[in-house]
Structure formats: structure tokens, C-alpha cells
Design a protein around this ligand. Structure first.
Ligand code: 5RP
Length: 219
């Protein structure tokens, strides 16, 4: 899950991917910042580069950390598009579909990714999977919660605070045939604010960081 302490190997990979992605930011850009332990490695590198960028954060945690490092974080009702967004992921499939939301920030993360001209995903190699599997993170409307869950099937509500937008954070635990079909089903269910499946079209590139500091770009 997002924000948990990774192994030394995983952390080295996350750091390498984050450092490579930080080089993609250029002066004057509007940059979206994801959420999680991989993004935590990104923020100090961006701060050290002292770029004249404005930033949008996908969670209060990222916003606080970015501000503490001196990054110019703006509310995301002020900017109508982003040049670049950088974020981690829980699963990256060979067809470039992602699962996100381990930290429950997937709604804002998807809004930011969709607004960005270039959405760059940064991961350690353990995030690469042969096929997408449950759990798929959900953000659900509190209103009608029991009915929404009954319609969706195997959903477990997380014991975490509501999202910054008041949503209930949960996970869908069913069998996944086609991610696209599941995406359609979840998107069509009233009461689902957003889910953690990110279609390939949203993703510009994935940077995989390795223990020794090397990186590979897989898309
Ligand atoms: C948060 C996310 C994170 O990007 C995802 O969980 C990966 O986290 P980490 O970088 O800590 O491994 O989607 O909602």
C-alpha cells in the first residue's frame, strides 16, 4: 500500500525513477505531483533544482511536503491544464494499464493525470505485473453507500479517514477479466466517485528505477 516502508531494494528503485523524472520538469512548467513513497523521493529533487514551476498536489500529504520544501503549490481550480504530471503506481501491466490508489488518492490523481499533456509514472520493478489483479481502489459517495456496495459485489471499505473531497475509500476484490470491462462497469455505477484503474491512453511513459540507480523507460 502507498506510504508503507519499502525494502531497501524497492526504495533504491523508487529513488532512481523519481530522480530521472525530476529532470523532465523545466522552468515555467505547470507540474502535477502524485502521492506516495515514490513521489516522496521526487519532491526534494524538484526543490533542489529551483525551477520556476508551479505545482498542483494530489493529496494534502503531498501538498504539505511540497510546501515545506519551498515548492510553489497552487490550488487546482486556478490552472486549466498541466504540462507534466509525475506519480507512482501500484501495478503496471504490459499493455500500460495501471492500478493506482494504494494511498486512496486516486480520484485527484486521475484528474491531474487527465489534465496533463505528459503523464509520467515512476515505479520500482516490483510494480510490473503480468496482469492486473484486485484490489482496485474505489472512492465512493457516502450517500447511498450500502446500496452502491451491494450493486458492486465484493467491496471492502478501508478503515481510513474520508478523502479530502469527503469520499469513502474502499477496494473492489472481484475477479478481473478485462480491465476495460471493469472500468466501464465501475464508471457506470452511480455512487462510484472514481476508481483506481488508469487506462493506457492516460499514460505517456513509465520510468522503472533499479537498485543500482539505472532506469529504463518501458513505454
Ligand atoms: C496513491 C497511489 C500511489 O501512487 C501508489 O499507491 C504507489 O505508492 P508508492 O509510491 O508508495 O509505492 O496511487 O493513491
Amino acid at each position: 500500500m502507498c506510504g508503507t516502508i519499502g525494502t531497501v531494494t524497492q526504495d533504491a528503485g523508487k529513488r532512481a525513477a523519481a530522480e530521472a523524472a525530476a529532470l523532465l520538469a523545466a522552468p515555467g512548467m505547470r507540474v502535477g505531483l502524485g502521492t506516495g513513497s515514490t513521489v516522496a523521493f521526487l519532491l526534494p529533487v524538484l526543490a533542489r533544482r529551483s525551477l520556476d514551476c508551479v505545482y498542483v498536489a494530489t493529496s494534502p500529504r503531498t501538498e504539505l511536503a511540497a510546501r515545506q520544501l519551498g515548492l510553489d503549490v497552487r490550488a487546482f481550480d486556478e490552472l486549466d491544464h498541466l504540462d507534466l504530471a509525475i506519480d507512482g503506481a501500484d501495478q503496471v501491466a504490459p499493455d500500460r494499464w495501471l492500478v493506482k490508489g494504494g494511498g486512496g488518492a486516486h480520484t485527484r490523481e486521475k484528474v491531474v493525470a487527465a489534465a496533463a499533456e505528459r503523464f509520467v509514472v515512476i515505479v520500482s520493478p516490483d510494480k510490473l505485473v503480468d496482469r492486473i489483479e484486485a484490489p482496485i481502489a474505489l472512492e465512493l459517495l457516502r450517500f447511498g453507500l450500502a446500496a452502491t456496495i451491494a450493486a458492486l459485489g465484493d467491496v471492502r471499505v478501508r478503515e481510513v479517514p474520508p478523502s479530502p473531497d469527503g469520499g469513502v475509500i474502499a477496494d473492489w476484490w472481484g475477479e478481473i477479466g478485462s480491465p476495460a470491462d471493469l472500468c466501464g462497469m465501475l464508471a457506470n455505477q452511480p455512487g462510484v466517485v472514481e476508481h483506481g484503474l488508469f487506462p493506457a491512453e492516460l499514460v505517456t511513459e513509465v520510468i522503472v528505477g533499479h537498485q543500482g540507480g539505472a532506469t529504463t523507460k518501458i513505454f
